[in-house]
Write a protein that binds this ligand. Structure first.
Ligand SMILES: NC(=O)c1ccc[n+]([C@@H]2O[C@H](COP(=O)([O-])OP(=O)(O)OC[C@H]3O[C@@H](n4cnc5c(N)ncnc54)[C@H](OP(=O)(O)O)[C@@H]3O)[C@@H](O)[C@H]2O)c1
Length: 354
C-alpha cells in the first residue's frame, strides 16, 4: 500500500485483549498510520514497554503505540491537530455501568464537527444507538469479531485463534431510511472500506470483511444466537463450558431452543432472512461439541466478580424484539434471572464492605 501523504491517526479506547490485538494489526508509522492507546489499569506496563503479543496467527511481537494515554481525559488534552480519524472503542459494552458515548465525547469533540469515525468492536446488539444519538454527524463503523484472545498479564495479550473482523456502517440500523441517514451511511461505508483495507493490507488479516449496514446487523444477530444462549447458560448451569453444555441432552435442548428464538426473531426485526451460509442451531451445537476448554467471557466475568455484558447480549435483544412485537421468552428468562443474580451479588458485596 502506498503511504498516505497525510498521517492517519487512530485511537483505541480500551487496551484489553481485542483492542491491543486489532490495534497492533493497524499500526505502521512507516506507512504513515499512527495508532495510539487509551489504557487504564495496564497503563504503566504498556507505557513503559509496549504491548507484548503472543499470537497463534502472527507469532510473537511487541507493539509500541505512537502514544499511550492513562485516561480519556489525558488523551483529549493531548489530541493531535484535527483530532483522530478513527476512534475505536474496545471496552466491554456495559451500558448499565457506563455510557461509552459520554465517556468518549471529549475525544470526538477534539476532531471537530462530525469528523472522526467512531468504530465499535464490541459484542451484542444495540451498542451503536447511544453513539448515534450523541454524535448525529459522525460516521459509525460497527464491528463484530470472531477471535479468542485474552490479556494474560498487564500488557501481554495472547491470541489463541481466529482473526475475523466484520465491519459495516451504522446510520439508523436499517441502511439509511432518510436522506440524512443515507449520507451518514455513505460516509460510514467509506470508513468501513478504508479500515478493512488497512487491516487486510497492513495487518494481514485476511478475513477482515466489509458489509452493508443491514448485513452487518445480521452478523451481529447471528453472533447473538451463540452468545445469548451459551454465555448466560454457562453461568446459570453452575459454571460449565460450551462443549460440556452442548453434550448434555437437557442443556442442548435448551440451547437449541434459545438459538431458534433468535433465528426466528432476527429476520422479523431486520426485514431480511439469515443467509443460508450462516450456521444453523444444530450445526452450531455440533461444532461447539469439539470446542473443549471454551469458556464464555460472561462466565469468566461472573467468576471474577466483574460486571457481565448482560444488557447488550440479552437485555437489548429482548427489548428490540419486543419493539417489533416479537417475544423471546427463553432469552427473557435468562436475562431476568442473571440480572437478579448480578444485583444480589453486588448488594452482598456492598454489605460486606460496611
Ligand atoms: N476477548 C475475546 O476473545 C473476544 C472475542 C469476541 C468479542 N469480544 C468482545 O470484545 C469487546 C472487548 O473485549 P476484551 O476481551 O478485549 O475485554 P478486556 O480484555 O476486558 O478489555 C477491555 C479493556 O478496556 C479497558 N477500559 C474499560 N473502560 C475504560 C475506560 N473508561 N478507559 C480506558 N480503558 C478502559 C479495560 O481496562 P481495565 O483493565 O482497567 O478494566 C480493559 O483493558 C467485548 O465486547 C467482548 O465481548 C472479545
Amino acid at each position: 500500500m502506498a503511504a498516505p501523504t497525510k498521517p492517519i491517526q487512530i485511537l483505541f479506547v480500551g487496551a484489553g485483549a481485542v483492542g491491543c490485538f486489532y490495534a497492533s494489526r493497524l499500526h505502521s508509522p512507516a506507512q504513515n498510520i499512527h495508532v495510539s492507546l487509551v489504557c487504564r489499569s495496564n497503563y504503566t506496563a504498556i507505557a513503559s514497554s509496549g504491548v507484548h503479543l503472543q499470537t497463534h496467527s502472527f507469532g510473537n511481537y511487541t507493539f509500541t503505540p505512537s502514544a499511550v494515554y492513562s485516561s480519556i481525559a489525558d488523551a483529549a488534552s493531548k489530541a493531535p491537530e484535527g483530532g483522530w480519524d478513527y476512534i475505536v472503542v474496545t471496552t466491554k459494552a456495559l451500558p448499565d455501568v457506563t455510557d461509552d458515548s459520554e465517556d468518549i465525547a471529549p475525544l470526538v469533540e477534539a476532531g471537530g464537527d462530525g469528523k472522526s469515525a467512531i468504530v465499535l468492536i464490541q459484542n451484542g446488539v444495540g451498542v451503536e444507538e447511544p453513539h448515534r444519538k450523541r454524535f448525529p454527524k459522525n460516521p459509525i463503523v460497527s464491528a463484530v469479531t470472531i477471535i479468542s484472545a485474552e490479556q494474560i498479564s498487564q500488557g501481554t495479550v495472547r491470541q489463541n485463534r481466529w482473526t475475523r473482523i466484520s465491519c459495516g456502517a451504522y446510520s439508523d440500523g436499517l441502511g439509511g431510511k432518510t436522506s440524512a441517514a443515507l449520507a451518514l451511511c455513505k460516509r460510514g461505508d467509506e470508513a468501513v472500506n478504508a479500515l478493512v483495507n488497512l487491516w487486510k493490507t497492513v495487518g494481514d488479516i485476511k478475513d477482515a470483511e466489509a458489509y452493508s449496514e443491514v448485513d452487518l446487523q445480521i452478523v451481529r444477530w447471528h453472533k447473538i444466537c451463540i452468545n445469548a444462549s451459551m454465555n448466560p447458560s454457562a453461568v446459570l448451569a453452575g459454571g460449565i463450558g460450551n462443549s460440556e453444555m452442548s453434550l448434555d441432552p437437557d442443556l442442548r435442548e435448551h440451547l437449541k431452543a434459545c438459538m431458534e428464538e433468535v433465528f426466528d426473531a432476527a429476520p422479523k426485526i431486520l426485514g431480511k432472512p439469515f443467509p443460508e451460509k450462516l450456521a444453523k442451531p444444530e450445526l452450531i451445537l455440533k461444532s461447539t461439541e469439539r470446542n473443549t476448554g471454551g469458556r464464555p467471557s460472561m462466565l469468566v466475568d461472573w467468576e471474577s466478580g466483574r460486571p457481565m455484558e448482560l444488557e447488550v447480549i440479552l437485555g437489548n435483544p429482548v427489548r428490540i424484539a419486543k419493539r417489533h412485537a416479537v417475544e423471546m421468552p427463553r432469552l427473557q428468562s435468562l436475562y431476568a434471572l442473571l440480572k437478579s443474580a448480578q444485583r444480589q451479588r453486588e448488594a452482598k458485596k456492598k454489605l460486606a464492605k460496611l
